[in-house]
Design a protein around this ligand. Structure first.
Ligand code: PLP
Length: 361
């Protein structure tokens, strides 16, 4: 199978080879020093300010979304949450469950966030802002400089779910005034699913230390204390952390995160150019499209996006990413993260062309 989903994505051979190894005991100085290096490299790739730290959470991206909501916000906060798709909706649900007072900024799916969405909230006592970098369900890349400047000017704590956008799209905690940001192992890092990572600046570290946190597994101050010596409070996905280390070192050696952004951007461009003659419409506006994924709507009447996913899976050996909920019949997505060669993209495009020939799209 060729995998064009947005996670788990295709892994590099280096990562796969490490997956064959025995899992070592981890309460050792040797493992601690690997963890310290993981922390240093993640901070560097998030362009985090000095003295930032990383929480290594065993749990998928959603675990770190929930951990962030629990640790960085309280009932005394009043936050803005951007909801432009299913991951924005998840942030809303988390605020509801944990009783964080919030106002939803509801966007039409596939549409960007603009200045006019934000200006109405100036001077209204808001303390926090929760948003994706890329809303993976629609492929929209939010204008993080606009959001960061707004949060900085108005004193809002900015928490960014960069689970899918990290590495694919330009991101800098420093330049975008981000206090805490997360990513996950099975997205652009191309590791097995199992872990997610939160980078915290000094404000975020202080904030979680002050909160009265009513949880053991998601207690970030406990993770920070163990992290001082390169450890986690509980047994982490040790194998994934070793694969993370190898991957981060390889990224550093090959020119750092800017090179990764460029690879994703070129790959997205290559795909989008190749499909211009096909009966699809790109769901997002051109200048707010993430490099992580392209969301497509079939334009011919009566064609189900979900059926295209099924036919490619069953007859062509290709996984694309179906959409859930309201968009299931209307939109499918093609991911650009993970280890993907241009020849594989060519094969996907040829398969689409074959579906045209067969009268199926
Ligand atoms: C994939 C993803 C997540 C996390 O999903 P999990 O299934 O819990 O790993 C969170 N946010 C975004 C934007 C994502 O793309």
């Amino acid at each position: 199978m060729i995998n064009f989903t947005v996670g788990p994505v295709q892994m590099d051979d280096e990562t796969r080879n490490l997956g064959y190894e025995q899992i070592p005991y981890f309460r050792t100085p040797e493992f601690s020093s690997i963890m310290k290096e993981n922390e240093r490299l993640l901070c560097s790739f998030f362009d985090a300010p000095d003295n930032s730290r990383v929480i290594f959470m065993t749990g998928s991206g959603t675990a770190s979304m929930e951990g962030g909501v629990i640790n960085f916000f309280t009932k005394e906060d009043k936050v803005l949450v951007v909801n432009g798709g299913s991951f924005g909706q998840r942030l809303i649900e988390l605020c509801e469950i944990h009783e964080i007072p919030f106002t939803e900024i509801k966007l039409d799916y596939g549409k960007p966030l603009t200045e006019k969405h934000l200006s109405q909230f100036i001077g209204k006592g808001y303390t926090g802002f929760l948003v994706q970098l890329c809303e993976t369900s629609t492929g929209v890349l939010y204008d993080m400089e606009l959001i960061g400047d707004f949060c900085n000017a108005n004193g809002l704590f900015l928490f960014v779910d960069a689970v899918s956008g990290f590495m694919a799209d330009t991101f800098s905690m420093k330049k975008m005034h981000v206090n805490a940001a997360i990513t996950g192992s099975q997205k652009a890092l191309s590791l097995p699913p199992s872990m997610s990572f939160t980078v915290l600046d000094e404000t975020a570290i202080e904030k979680c230390k002050k909160n009265d946190i009513n949880t053991l597994y998601f207690n970030y101050p406990l993770y920070l204390k163990n992290g001082d010596r390169g450890q986690t409070p509980f047994t982490p996905a040790v194998g994934t952390l070793l694969q993370l280390n190898e991957k981060l070192r390889r990224i550093e050696k090959s020119g750092g995160i800017i090179v990764q952004n460029k690879i994703a951007s070129e790959r997205a461009e290559y795909f989008r150019k190749a499909i211009t003659s096909l009966p699809f419409k790109i769901f997002t506006d051109k200048d707010s499209s993430s490099n992580c994924v392209t969301a497509l709507c079939p334009t011919n009447p009566g064609i189900s996006a979900y059926e295209i996913f099924e036919i490619l899976k069953d007859e062509y050996g290709i996984w694309i990413c179906p959409n859930a909920g309201d968009l299931a019949e209307r939109v499918f997505r093609v991911g650009h993260i993970g280890s993907i060669k241009n020849e594989e993209i060519d094969k996907l495009v040829e398969s689409f062309k074959d579906l045209v020939k067969r009268g199926l799209i």
